[in-house]
Design a protein around this ligand. Structure first.
Ligand code: SDX
Length: 433
């Protein structure tokens, strides 16, 4: 907790002339905060901030975003450096432990994760309760929440050892559960994890491998998958991370909290946007239709939005989109895939970035704009795109959940409201209704 009070700010009620001094605190970088923890007690006023556009909900030292500059740092390292020089296991270690691992630490951590990738055999029956055409995100919400029914020995949130085991289990088992959701939807047998493969390669073989033959993975695809995981790993206090934190603030077990995070991520305004981008590109169909769809995106009466564009924090190019755009070209070339949707997306980006509506509102491509094109080229159905986002984001959710539990200042999350309903009124007898 940074109690680094830099100075105070005076709040004056111009209706009554009352004034109050509010402490101002500074973090290590980024906007200062006005400490309003005692505001209601001092003034009898709440603050009002639907969507928390100007509200810091917690302290954190994990991820910093400068939306104006398009900067994303994990524990101080830029996302570009991490995507270029690390693999996902190193980034997981960094997010969870706070520092990049040396080779021995990395090997030990990867072994720990590897030996948690199998899931309880009973879980296979759990999948069989779903319809084959169930959306894989619906399966993930259910199955991840159900993990607390299988791993009781790591649900005591007050035991650091159990918190660590639950954290490792969640990071390790998400690829297995995600691959099983895909296999179940296509009617193929589940594949077991292989301990001799990397995290990304293991996920690919569990997803696309079959018992009938050895699965060959292209190193370029393995690297692209690993990089996609890195780019989605964590992102400060976004909607799903805030969901995980507020669920965890009541003392709920980590599996239930991550299941809540998956539910929130599913929304098309959040992680569901990668799937929505592909549907949008199919809907646009051809670059000659771009102007019509851009007009629709600007029309307040039209629910159509340019999916994969805009961001609550980035008012500049999302640095992750930049890395993904580059990867797009590499992966499609490596796979020899010609996807007209990539050209359409690039054309759409070019036109939108010159359009006053998007320029004035600082709407740039975000992480979801290009990711779907790579995932489609690799062979994933669009219904799996947000599952992959959840798979990668699990380490960020778990790191933020651990930080929240360890924060001595953390309280149960319980916002207030600006009430617009009836004050107390007489109860009407049935005859008078
Ligand atoms: C993710 O928070 C995170 O960090 C999330 C994420 C992560 O890693 O966790 O980065 C992942 O969720 C990325 C965002 C994916 N979502 C989409 O691509 C869906 C399309 N984007 C929009 O729904 C929107 O941009 C949001 C939800 C992302 C952000 O919305 P805000 O911050 O609430 O902004 P807003 O809706 O108030 O928009 C401001 C203006 C409005 O116009 P005016 O009322 O000022 O005239 O910009 C317009 C909006 O109508 N606008 C868009 C638009 N996004 C915003 N207009 C057309 N198309 C869009 N995509």
């Amino acid at each position: 907790m940074s109690d680094a009070k830099t100075h105070t700010m005076t709040l004056t009620d111009n209706a009554t002339g009352d004034s109050w001094e509010l402490p101002v605190m500074a973090g290590s970088v980024g906007p200062k905060v006005i400490d309003i923890r005692k505001l209601y007690g001092q003034t009898g006023y709440f603050t009002y901030d639907p969507g928390f556009t100007s509200t810091a909900s917690c302290d954190s030292a994990i991820t910093y975003i400068d939306g104006d500059k398009g900067v994303l740092l994990h524990r101080g390292y830029s996302i570009e450096d991490l995507a270029e020089n690390c693999d996902f296991m190193e980034v997981c270690y960094l997010l969870l432990r706070g520092e990049l691992p040396n080779e021995a630490e990395r090997k030990d951590f990867e072994k720990t994760i590897t030996y948690h990738t199998m899931v309880h055999e009973q879980l296979l029956n759990f999948y069989r309760g779903f319809r084959r055409d169930a959306h894989p995100m619906a399966i993930m919400v259910g199955v991840v929440g159900a993990l607390s029914a299988f791993y009781h020995d790591s649900t005591d949130i007050n035991d650091p050892e159990q918190r660590m085991i639950a954290s490792h289990r969640l990071v390790a088992k998400m690829p297995t559960l995600a691959a099983m959701a895909y296999k179940y939807s296509v009617g193929q047998p589940f594949m077991y994890p292989r301990n001799n493969l990397s995290y990304a390669a293991n996920f690919m073989q569990m997803t696309f491998g079959v018992p009938a033959e050895e699965y060959e993975i292209s190193p370029a695809v393995e690297r692209a998958m690993d990089r996609i995981f890195i780019l989605h790993a964590d992102h400060e206090q976004n909607a799903s991370t805030s969901t995980v934190r507020i669920a965890g603030s009541s003392g709920a077990n980590p599996f239930a909290c991550i299941s809540a995070g998956i539910s929130s991520l599913w929304g098309p305004a959040h992680g569901g946007a990668n799937e929505a981008v592909l549907s949008m590109l199919h809907q646009i169909g051809h670059k000659k239709n771009i102007p019509e769809f851009l007009e629709r995106a600007k029309d307040k009466n039209d629910p159509f939005r340019l999916m994969g564009f805009g961001h609550r924090v980035y008012k500049n190019y999302d640095p992750r989109a930049g890395v993904l755009k580059k990867s797009c070209d590499e992966v499609l070339k490596e796979l020899g895939v010609e996807d007209p949707l990539l050209e359409l997306a690039q054309e759409l980006e070019q036109i939108a970035l010159k359009d006053d509506y998007f320029v004035e509102r600082k709407l740039f491509p975000n992480v979801d704009f290009y990711s779907g094109i790579i995932l489609k080229a690799i062979g994933f159905p669009t219904s799996m795109f947000t599952v992959l986002f959840a798979l990668a984001r699990t380490v960020g959710w778990v790191a933020q959940w651990n930080e929240m539990i360890a924060d001595p200042y953390q309280k149960i999350g319980r916002p207030r409201q600006l009430f617009l309903g009836y004050d107390k009124r007489e109860f009407p007898p049935k005859s008078k209704r």
